[in-house]
Design a protein around this ligand. Sequence first.
Ligand code: GLU
Length: 562
Amino acid sequence: MSEELSKYKELADLIFPDIVETVEDLEKRYPERNLKEGACVTRFAPSPTGFLHTGALFTSTVDKKLANQTDGIFFLRIEDTDKKREIEGSINDLTSQMKKFNISPDEGVISKDEEIGNYGPYIQSKREKIYKICAKHLIEKGLAYPCFCTPEMLQKTHDYQEEHKIVPGYYSVYAKCRNIPIEEYIARIKNGEKYILRFRSNGSHLKKVSFKDGIKGKIEIAQNDQDIVIIKSDGLPTYHFAHVCDDHFMRTTHVIRGEEWVSSVPIHLELFHAMGFKAPVYIHLPTVMILDGNSKRKLSKRKDKEAAVSYFLKAGYPVDSVNEYLLNIINSDFENWKRANKTVSNDKFEMKLKKINTSGALFDIVKLNDVSKEVISRMNSDEVLKSVIEWAEEYNREIFEVINRNIEYSKKIFALERDGAKKIRKDIYKWEDIIPTFFYFFDDYFNNEIQNGYDFKIENKITKEVIFNVLENYQKIYDANNSKEEWFDNMKNLAQELEFCVNMKEYKENPDGFIGSIADFSDIIRIAITNRHNTPDIYSIMQILGKENVINRINLAKNAIK
Ligand code: GLU
């Protein structure tokens, strides 16, 4: 060993006297994974700083999909090295929300106190020793050094650089502790001076480094020349250093993360190289954007309710709707695939990284609602009932209780224009909507609603008297035992008798010759029964409500209009 190297060794032992394990030991403890050729190992690596962000759900969906479709592994690592930002309870929130969205990891953190897999611990604060082994390795090679600069000194350098328009940072002549003789490092540490550890960069910002991003293709940027911090004063690593140590020893093959990290790749590649590790494939995902007026901006935790996935759960979007919508954003050809494969599981759709839009992923709630209507339209009444109950149990006790008291009745309601229907009604996209869309079936809701009056459109021709007259006469001919055809014929006959036009074409040619059209006529009945203009077929509604209730509702409407 050269004299210099033995001095570095002395420095490394002084800094980490208790660390006897080596990087080679770690290589043995965390061997290459025994997976089939082409299998991708991906990870989602959130900081425990709050709820699951919609952008993070997007990232982890890509993670999970890539691992699944290559028979690889998707794991969850918690990046909690910034203890100040940590929020109590967020690990469990994250894991339970991931579970709800069916993106639970195959390996890693399962809950705050539980993890699975042989590459752990999967919570960074529990990996301190691993980072120390790696940092010690760099010091021994002369590739890391202690820095004694105080925050005040660093601020002074920063101000100077700013004032003189010099690239900011700790590099070259501004890296004050970089060229201290090794003996001095040793003496100052022995003297009790406080320090952190920095990487000794060999890069130059005048030279370029290039890498192939899994989505963006070849990217060329300036090399790193900053002596970045690797171990902070609290003994924990920085993101950059932890990323390199963890993704190497957890044997991640594909690092999928937000595009805000592209500019850090030169640092990471240099660190991988310094450690003697093979760098993973980088895949930088576009930021999830939202349309604000006419311009796009980043989905914001503060401004947008849809930035937190809990919003979708609370409002009762089926998880499948959100997942399916995310697949739409990830690969725009998913929509066509789904159209052709309506009944096939989305797991069968093969995601193509190259097809991910590089210019920002637009989160459009209107489009999500459309997707969700489709997803709900594919469910039968049993599935709707089950999903509504599951959702309501957690988020809406009122709906939960009403439905539970009326299970069979509710099932009939959900079966309307759904089970066996040629054309399925697509009127709801989230379970919260079942109150305005279906709850008129329940007398308490209906009676409460009509306290504020009925929604009859009273025009010149269709006066209160006309409405009353229609209802009174309809009540006389209403027979709950009629078949649909009989019912419709009776309606038509009555409409004609009361001078409504039963032929829309004829009516349009001569509107003044009639009191109204057959559509106006049925609208009067519809409003009396449901207080809505737009409902499933009124005959079926009356069948579900039952004779007594229909008569009662017509009476209520008559009284209200008198
Ligand atoms: N903890 C980092 C973040 O939340 C992870 C980035 C990465 O995936 O490497 O931004």
